[in-house]
Design a binder for this molecule. Structure first.
Ligand code: AOF
Ligand code: ZN
Length: 363
C-alpha cells in the first residue's frame, strides 16, 4: 500500500465525523507499522479528543517506530484538547504523513515544524486536494470568521423549481431528496426567506435517523412569518432564528413564546443586510449555512457575495410556464460577461437526477 492508499483510508475515517465536528474540522488518522494497520481514529465531535489521540488509543500493538497518516496537520496548541504533537512525540512515532496544512493561526505550519525539530520525518501534501476539499467549511470559517454558505436548489432541466401553480413536491426523486437530508445534517444552519415559509410551510429539519437538525434561520424583513408556520410551532424541538428588521417588540412576543429567537438585523436597500448578518452569525460560532432559497433570497445572497458554493439537483423533467419560479430571481445580470462564475464543478448521479456542485469563483 502506498502513502496515498493509507491517506485514503484516513480520509474514510475522517468522514465519519460529518455533521458532528463543527466548528472543528473532520480529521482522520491511521497508524501503520511494518505494513500493518495497527490503529485508526477520527475526530468524533467538537470538544472531544482529536483524531491522532483516538488512533493512538486504538493501537493493537506498541506504536513506537510506526508511521501516522493524518488528513490534517497535527495541532500544537491547547484548545479543548492538548496538542497532538505532544502525543505523537510521547509514543515514539517515527514518521508522520500529512494531507493538508491546518490554516488555524494557532497551528499554521508550527505543528509540522515541531515534529521535524524533534527528529520526526514528515511527508506533506499527500492527497492534499481531497483533504482540503473535505474541510472546505473549516478552512473558510477559520480564515474569514464567516459561515460557509451553500446555495442549494432542485430544478427541472428547463430551470424551474416549481410549476406555474407553485407546486414543488417533488421536483427530484427519492435518492436526491435523501441526499438533501444528509446536507441538512452536514451543515450547521439552514436559511430560507419568508417567501418560502409562506409558500411551502417547510419544516427544514433532518429526517434521517441518528442525524441532527440544523439551526433554522428565516430571513423575514417585515416579520410576516405566520405564528402557525411549522418553523414556529416546532421551535422548542429544533432551534429557529427569525432575522428581521421589524423593531416592534410587541410583535416579537408571540414568536418568542413559541421558542423562536428574534435576531434584529440592519436594513440595506430595503432588505436585510446579509453581509452584516453573516458577520454576526460567524461571531456566534455558526460555521456553515445551507441556503434553501427561494429565488429572491438566493439573488440577494449572491449579490452580497456571501455564497461560496452552489449545489444544484437537476431532474430530467420539464415544467415550462412563463411564471414558474426559477432558482435565482431578483434583477439578474445585464450581460453574459457579468455572470457569477463558478469553478471546480463536480457531477454526481443520484438515481434519475444529477447533482452539480460548484464553487462561486468571482463576479
Ligand atoms: C488535530 N486533529 O482531530 C482536529 C484538529 O479546541 P480543540 O482543542 O479541539 O482544537 C480545535 C482546533 O484544532 C481546530 O481549530 C483545528 O485547528 C485543530 N483541529 N487538529 O490535530 C484533529 N480536529
Ligand atoms: Zn490536535
Amino acid at each position: 500500500m502506498s502513502d496515498e492508499d493509507y491517506m485514503s483510508l484516513a480520509l474514510h475515517f475522517a468522514k465519519k465525523g460529518v455533521g458532528w465536528t463543527a466548528p472543528n474540522p473532520m480529521v482522520g488518522a491511521v497508524i501503520v507499522k511494518e505494513g500493518r494497520v495497527i490503529g485508526r481514529g477520527w475526530h468524533e465531535k467538537c470538544g472531544q479528543p482529536h483524531a491522532e489521540r483516538n488512533a493512538l488509543a486504538s493501537c493493537t500493538e506498541p506504536s513506537e517506530g510506526a508511521t501516522m497518516y493524518v488528513t490534517l496537520e497535527p495541532c500544537c496548541h491547547y484548545g479543548h484538547q492538548p496538542p497532538c504533537t505532544e502525543a505523537i512525540l510521547n509514543v515514539g512515532i517515527k514518521r508522520v504523513v500529512v494531507g493538508s496544512g491546518d490554516p488555524n493561526p494557532l497551528v499554521s505550519g508550527r505543528g509540522i515544524q515541531i515534529l521535524r525539530e524533534h527528529g520526526i520525518e514528515v511527508t506533506e501534501h499527500i492527497l492534499e486536494d481531497e483533504c482540503t476539499r473535505l474541510n472546505e467549511v473549516f478552512f473558510h470559517y477559520i480564515q474569514t470568521k464567516r459561515p460557509f454558505v451553500v446555495m442549494k436548489y432542485a430544478m427541472t432541466l428547463d430551470g424551474k423549481i416549481a410549476t406555474y401553480t407553485g407546486a414543488s413536491k417533488w421536483v427530484t426523486g427519492e435518492q436526491a431528496r435523501n441526499h438533501v437530508q444528509e446536507q441538512r445534517h452536514r451543515y450547521t444552519g439552514i436559511m430560507v426567506g419568508v417567501g418560502t415559509v409562506l409558500a411551502d410551510d417547510p419544516l427544514l429539519t433532518c429526517r434521517k435517523a441518528g442525524c441532527k437538525n440544523p439551526i433554522r434561520i428565516i430571513c423575514d424583513t417585515d416579520l410576516r412569518t405566520p405564528l402557525t408556520a411549522q418553523v414556529v410551532t416546532t421551535a422548542k424541538q429544533a432551534p429557529t432564528i427569525l432575522v428581521t428588521c421589524c423593531a416592534d417588540r410587541e410583535k416579537w412576543t408571540g414568536y418568542e413564546e413559541a421558542g423562536c429567537r428574534i435576531l434584529p438585523a440592519e436594513r440595506k436597500n430595503g432588505r436585510i443586510d446579509l453581509e452584516r448578518l453573516m458577520e454576526r452569525l460567524g461571531q456566534e460560532g455558526l460555521d456553515s449555512i445551507l441556503l434553501e432559497g427561494g429565488g429572491t433570497l438566493n439573488w440577494a445572497a449572491l449579490e452580497s457575495g456571501i455564497v461560496q458554493k452552489v449545489q444544484a439537483y437537476i431532474a430530467p423533467k420539464l415544467f415550462g410556464g412563463q411564471t414558474a419560479k426559477t432558482p435565482v430571481e431578483g434583477a439578474g445580470v445585464p450581460l453574459p460577461d457579468c455572470a457569477f462564475q463558478l469553478k471546480n464543478m463536480v457531477i454526481t448521479q443520484l438515481g434519475e437526477d444529477i447533482l452539480l456542485e460548484s464553487e462561486v469563483a468571482s463576479h
